[in-house]
Design a protein around this ligand. Sequence first.
Ligand SMILES: *Cc1c(COP(=O)(O)O)cnc(C)c1O
Length: 411
Amino acid sequence: MTRINAAHSDQTDPLRHFRERFDLPDGVVYLDGNSLGALPKTVKARVARTISDEWGEQLIRSWNTAGWVHLPQKVGGKIARLIGAQEGTVVSADSTSINLFKVLSAALSLNPGRTGIVSERENFPTDLYIAQGVAKQIGQGHQLALAEKPADIPAMLTDDVAVLMLTHVNYRTGYRHDMTAITKAAHDRGILVIWDLAHSAGAMAIDLAGADADFAIGCGYKYLNGGPGAPAFLYVNPRHHGGFRQPLSGWFGHRAPFAFEPSYAPSGGIEHYLCGTPSVLGMVAMDEALTLWDEVDMDALRAKSVALCDFFIQEVEGFADEFGLTLVTPRNPEQRGSQVSYSCENGYAIMQALIARGVIGDFRAPDIIRFGFTPLYLSFAEVAEAVAILREILTTRAWDAPEYKVRGAVT
Ligand SMILES: *Cc1c(COP(=O)(O)O)cnc(C)c1O
């Protein structure tokens, strides 16, 4: 790795003007956009307008006049461009957990006679919980098998496996799977693949169509900056459209919701994966947050993401050993997303001390401090500042204070 110079990198950063498109408080180095993206400035006015004009004045007419009813498809279309999905294959709806319930149920129904579901022990727990719930709900003996490490996955792709369900970038370690290679290996054994893009959508270009993924899901409030609890999204490969495949058969998934027929008849397209009335305020914020992505060069985004992570790793390396910080994120950029994590003793208190000094990252049990790098609004100078503050906290043991050891409900 060549040494990165912060000032020079900031001067030549082709994305630096995006920073002014976000509201960020002074005195904060925000390294948690992988958990809750920052606020794009235009979202405030757009949501205010939706409340005052569309809701307040136009009332129910806005379902048609303001296009509320088509927001799931409209927002889905904007996300589709960022994840390499074909037109009409993505909708925004519900939460990531609920979307996984829908697509996993559909995937299992497409592969009858097989009862295996493969994932990883290190996957984000809600994904595993949903898989357990789906298996129980179906009641046909589906079994969830968990790989201990990525290298174990290929050997687990046996002929009794129906679905492989992986998160593209691991939330804790930042490890990134080779989507194309794994999807192909699974397909060669007749296994359908679901990718969770929670930590990759908006962090790098993704090519779902190129990888021939069967299904995908992802989050709106992380790198896509849709706001707290923003609607999530889901993707279904066109070859799996049609049929009655997902169990949350609400009226928005009906082929004619406003015909008010007593029997469910699934929409033949991606709309079958909608359930009920969209949350308009959340959906509008998401729609607005996505507008700036039209201007983003995804190659430049990824190049800056890699450079920010490399820079952080290089700078922390000078004192990591001395203070017992172990890098758990792969050094090879090909194998990682847009975050850097260390395992360390007293990680929770260290992170609290960092946050008290305006460097906001987060902690993931049992012992991981996690730093997310969002290329649209982070500078190299800020990364240098964060490293200096981390070093100071470790050197002075400032973290070793009772107030940094009290845990909130959200860590
Ligand atoms: C953030 C995240 C989720 C969140 O799911 P919600 O339903 O929005 O709470 C799910 N899966 C992964 C892999 C995540 O990183």
